[in-house]
Design a protein around this ligand. Structure first.
Ligand code: IPM
Ligand code: MN
Length: 354
């Protein structure tokens, strides 16, 4: 069977890392006798430059008929002066909404050979293995009204969540915990926000359906602190859109570099996979980008969209082995090993796929 994959490189280093993912998938196809068909479309600033909008109907339709989607990154200083509604990020928000990608899964697990790359002490980071389940199509990102009033002197954003939106993501949190270490931390701000109080209520209700999962409620400020002081105490974190955005960037540095981290954004029928990092315009085109977040996102695609567990593990083991051999890109702040460019890092991973 051949799988149809839409590639959305986007902007900046997105272009470079998407090629890495493609090379790795080509090697997987050869090694495991499967077939991937790739079709490439624009999103973000590169779409704005070509079509005048950050996301076209053509791209949306291609994604809707794909088996899965790989996305690089969007954004860059080049589009600073573009009107808000046409900014590259709007393309990303729109594709999430159009495809109903409400569930964003961000695993944060350090590699043993890179423990010393973490800004935290090794004995604090050791044993950390966190899965952030972030709500992705609701909350402050999409609430209406969103406007300027009173001659532009007042700005309004709206934090709104429906019961249905909370229920479906909370279920994902519980299901993820069930197949991991059975510990779910629900992060909210229930001491202040009404939407958080509804969130907490629903988590309590749902917990009755998952009696084997231990549930904690944690306020987002306390969770931010605990991620740094005791990251190993977390298993699965489930939280709303903005809290999840902030906490996942915070958690990403635990592993030494945000460049290593993959993510999956899932609807009930399709998945979009992208590294957690952004388009890094400062290093774009220099061949310095860390391709591992993108490559590991391709592994998540094999696992979640195609059920190809052994192929996904082959990629993850190849990444692990490449790091053990000492290869890494310059974003990792360590003195040992060999610093290599994006293409060499990719090539090493490709060679390590068994
Ligand atoms: C992310 C990014 C996006 C977000 C931006 C680029 C809109 O930071 O995927 O985490 O805030 O969701
Ligand atoms: Mn973010």
């Amino acid at each position: 069977m051949s799988k149809k994959i839409v590639l959305l490189p986007g902007d900046g280093i997105g272009q470079e890392v998407i090629n890495s993912a493609k090379e790795v998938l080509d090697k997987v196809a050869k090694t495991y006798q499967c077939q991937f068909e790739f079709e490439q479309f624009e999103i973000g600033g590169s779409s704005y430059d070509k079509h005048g909008v950050p996301l076209t109907d053509e791209t949306i339709n291609a994604c809707k008929s794909a088996d899965a989607i790989l996305l690089g990154a969007v954004g860059g200083t080049k589009w600073d002066n573009v009107p808000t509604e046409l900014k590259p990020e709007q393309g990303l928000l729109k594709i999430r909404k159009e495809l109903n990608l409400y569930s964003n899964i961000r695993p944060i697990k350090g590699f043993d050979s890179l423990l010393h790359a973490s800004p935290l002490k090794e004995d604090i980071i050791k044993g950390s293995d966190i899965l952030i389940v972030r709500e992705l199509t609701g909350g402050l990102y999409f609430g209406k009204p969103r406007e300027r009033r009173e001659n532009g002197t007042v700005a309004v954003d709206t934090l709104v969540y429906s019961r249905k939106e909370i229920e479906r993501i909370v279920e994902k949190g519980f299901e993820s915990a069930q197949i991991r270490n059975k510990h779910l931390t629900s992060v909210d701000k229930a001491n202040v926000l009404e939407s958080s109080r509804l969130w907490r209520e629903i988590v309590e209700e749902k917990s009755k359906d998952y009696p084997d999962v231990k549930v904690d409620h944690m306020l987002v400020d306390a969770a931010a602190m605990k991620l740094i002081t005791n990251p190993a105490s977390f298993d699965v974190i489930v939280t709303e859109n903005l809290f999840g955005d902030i906490l996942s960037d915070e958690a990403s540095v635990l592993t030494g570099s945000i460049g290593m981290l993959p993510s999956a954004s899932l609807s009930d029928t399709v998945g979009l996979y992208e590294p957690v990092h952004g388009s890094a315009p400062d290093i774009a085109g220099e061949g310095k980008a860390n391709p591992l977040g993108m490559i590991l996102s391709a592994a998540m695609m094999l696992r979640y969209s195609f059920g190809m567990e052994k192929e996904a593990q082959a990629i993850e083991s190849a990444v692990n082995e490449s790091l053990q051999q000492g290869y890494h890109t310059s974003d990792l702040n360590i003195a040992d090993g060999t610093v290599v460019q994006t293409d060499k890092m990719t090539q090493v991973v490709v060679e390590n796929i068994k």
